[in-house]
Design a protein around this ligand. Structure first.
Ligand SMILES: Cc1ncc(COP(=O)(O)O)c(C=O)c1O
Length: 393
């Protein structure tokens, strides 16, 4: 055999690279554009790596968490950062520890959870502030978005029909303080105007529920769900237009202008997506049954987002002229190429049939918009390949 291996596979490049400066700037721009009646929490499920949390922390009101593990991570960042705790199926142990770790609010997802929390609050003799998460009725009129969490059957929140029973339970509780409602209905919303009108409908709903709970002021948590356009990088959610609309709403809506309604957001994707890139090296380029494949180091066990959302993930190629072997360099020219990882499943695909002018073994592929729901949602140890490096700039 001619030539020799100069590198073993452990030397191949595979990393998540996070630009913390750009994250800082983005988080600052996003939150500073909001009117005073709005507060932004960071939904840390999108990416709960410590440097990301530390970077975002100064710009947001607090962290939105969905497990006791996330609460502990948030507390590790700061003893006093406000933490709100949501998510279906909270256990008694999680609820108890959340209270002991001084979460600011708990978003209650069902009547059973409400009753259990009431008992826990009594045992701990601690006042707990709650929002009720409601899966609202929307007469089949949920805005177009990639995922719908409400307005149709899902495991999230309680139905509007449960609200009277919830009010009855709360009347008998000395320790639960009802502060408002949580309505997270869509994910990956791309249209600013649609989102504004959704929030307008949320406000109508919660206003109608106030007398049932004898509330004279309330918090409306409108969830996260602001989208990121993975298909056209230039056409992102129009945050300026959205926040202009929120400013106008603040003036025109009586509840808001009188200081009786605070609007919370808990965004994950829109805050964290832009700062991250998954960079990986092309190991091989080959043809198989008429289709061209580029096989990269790593795979969707590191970066599951494209599989999860069934999209072609946007990427750039960084050409590298260095070639260590004396033999032929696998190359595809002017061909549609499918970018795959190292897993033994045909589902390990990042992007399918993308026309490329050239890709070679040894080049790098940079998957952009990888800061949210990348590493965080992936099944890291499937096939026991090495983990990527985590690089924070
Ligand atoms: C209750 C809740 N809040 C916030 C988020 C964050 O959503 P996004 O990352 O789309 O902003 C999610 C995501 O699933 C969620 O379920």
């Amino acid at each position: 055999m001619q030539g020799h291996e100069k590198r073993d596979s452990g030397d191949l490049l595979c990393a998540f690279v996070y630009d913390l400066e750009s994250l800082k700037e983005h988080a600052s721009n996003v939150t500073h554009a909001l009117p005073d009646y709005c507060q932004m929490y960071y939904a840390m499920k999108a990416n709960s790596e410590e440097p990301i949390l530390n970077t975002i922390h100064p710009y947001v009101t607090g962290f939105e968490t969905a497990s006791i593990g996330e609460i502990r991570k948030a507390r590790a960042v700061s003893d006093d950062v406000p933490i709100i705790f949501g998510g279906p199926g909270k256990t008694d142990e999680e609820l108890r520890e959340a209270v002991l770790l001084h979460v600011e609010r708990i978003h209650v997802e069902s009547l059973h959870e409400l009753r259990r929390l009431m008992l826990i609050a009594e045992k701990l003799e601690t006042e707990i502030t709650i929002l009720l998460r409601v899966n609202i009725s929307m007469e089949n009129d949920v805005p177009e978005a990639t995922l719908q969490m409400g307005g149709r059957p899902t495991q999230f929140g309680m139905e509007e029909g449960d609200l009277e029973a919830a009010a009855y339970i709360l009347e008998s509780s000395r320790f639960l303080r009802m502060a408002g409602f949580h309505l997270h209905t869509v994910s990956n919303q791309m249209e600013a105007e649609q989102h504004l009108s959704l929030i307008g409908r949320y406000i109508d709903k919660v206003e109608a529920w106030m007398p049932m709970y004898k509330l004279d002021r309330l918090i409306l948590n409108a969830g996260g769900g602001i989208g990121v356009n993975y298909a056209d990088l230039e056409q992102q959610f129009d945050w300026q237009r959205f926040t202009n609309g929120l400013h106008q709403l603040g003036q025109s809506n009586q509840l808001i202008s009188s200081g009786k309604l605070k609007l919370n957001f808990e965004c994950g994707r829109y805050l964290a997506a832009f700062c991250g890139t998954y960079v990986t090296e092309v190991i091989d380029v080959k043809r198989n049954h008429g289709k061209t494949y580029a096989i990269v180091r790593g795979g969707t066990q590191h970066f599951r987002l494209p599989v999860s959302w069934k999209h072609n993930h946007p990427f750039e190629i960084v050409e590298r002229d260095e070639w260590d072997y004396s033999f032929h360099r696998p190359t595809a020219v002017d061909a549609p190429v499918t970018i795959v990882g190292q897993l033994c499943t045909p589902k390990d695909v990042f992007a399918d049939n993308i026309p490329l002018s050239r890709i070679r073994s040894g080049d790098l592929i940079m998957f952009v918009l990888a800061g949210a729901y990348g590493w965080a949602i992936s099944h890291h140890d499937f096939l026991s390949h090495p983990h990527p490096k985590m690089v924070y700039i």
